[in-house]
Design a protein around this ligand. Sequence first.
Ligand SMILES: NC(=O)C1=CN([C@@H]2O[C@H](COP(=O)(O)OP(=O)(O)OC[C@H]3O[C@@H](n4cnc5c(N)ncnc54)[C@H](O)[C@@H]3O)[C@@H](O)[C@H]2O)C=CC1
Ligand SMILES: O=C(O)C(=O)CO
Length: 335
Amino acid sequence: MNNPRKPVVVVTRKLPASVEARMGELFSVELNHDDRPFSRERLAEAMARADVLVPTLTDTIDAQLIEKAGPKLKLIASFSNGIDNVDVDAAARKGITVTNTPNVLTEDTADMTMALVLAVPRRLAEGARLLAGSAPDSWQGWSPTWMLGRRIWGKRLGIVGMGRIGTAVARRAKAFGLSVNYHNRNRVNPETEAELEATYWDSLDQMLARVDIVSVNCPSTPATYHLISARRLALLRPEAYIVNTARGDVIDEAAMIRCLEDDRIAGAGLDVFENEPAINPRLLELAKAGKAVLLPHMGSATLESRIDMGDKVIINIRTFFDGHRPPNRVLPGRI
Ligand SMILES: NC(=O)C1=CN([C@@H]2O[C@H](COP(=O)(O)OP(=O)(O)OC[C@H]3O[C@@H](n4cnc5c(N)ncnc54)[C@H](O)[C@@H]3O)[C@@H](O)[C@H]2O)C=CC1
Ligand SMILES: O=C(O)C(=O)CO
């Protein structure tokens, strides 16, 4: 580094040991060994004196906190792909650069999305729970009419948000015999569309009315808040399933719960929730009834992705303090 003074870097959560060790070599780093989430006061205190804050998606870095940040704070290098928890506009106004960790978790999150696409119609969680919770002789054996789910092969998938993860989901879905439909802000390039044999729907409403499984893969932004609204949920066919590995607030969760309870849709596979980590108890009841498979936000949770995310954070900090534009800079209005 050109600057002999090591930047003061405050990390809000425990990271993989190799990442923390490398940060210790490069920066004057303050780690969070006990992994307890920072309170708002502790965040404010860290932002008052650090050169760099390394938050993650569970830290809300809003305009109020950013306005009160100390003059040294120049970089918020988030350990996350989604950046909805950081007010990027407020950071830009204050001259603070924001970075995230895209790409390295795309394949893992797409795998988990596909796992949910399979798990709900094929009743995977129900079957596994049945054996895990039962006495050794309580299963009476195979029967032609028992535990029947719905076929995946030949069905229509509708992806909302055909970016990195959406496209990786589409590749997997094609291999499972699903036809790929998508709605996105922009149409993807013709080569990708041809490779995936994907159908683009300019109208989200029309796509929702047509598909068998919806996969939500767009970011949480003011424009996508409750994008899957009560009105749009009503467009889904009663046999349709919905999978969300993006952010909880892209779907009107209360409206989705009513649809599931009233059998107006067939099921849901959810890795994310509107009020994480709180989960609506009615969703837990739906999971018990086999109408929902719920995961505790673990879409990208592999050791490999966490190490790669840590490497990205380090590279973003290093390039910034070497006087270059960090590779994963998030610009206002570009999410
Ligand atoms: N469950 C988990 O553990 C993880 C969840 N995520 C979530 O997945 C999201 C997507 O990640 P990536 O695919 O890497 O992002 P991306 O930026 O590559 O793709 C998002 C796509 O959504 C589209 N989009 C944005 N606003 C839209 C709108 N109003 N209508 C239609 N399309 C819109 C964009 O044009 C883009 O193509 C992240 O923002 C994050 O919230 C990301 C990683 C892990
Ligand atoms: O990085 C993100 O956006 C996640 O949701 C978890 O990896």
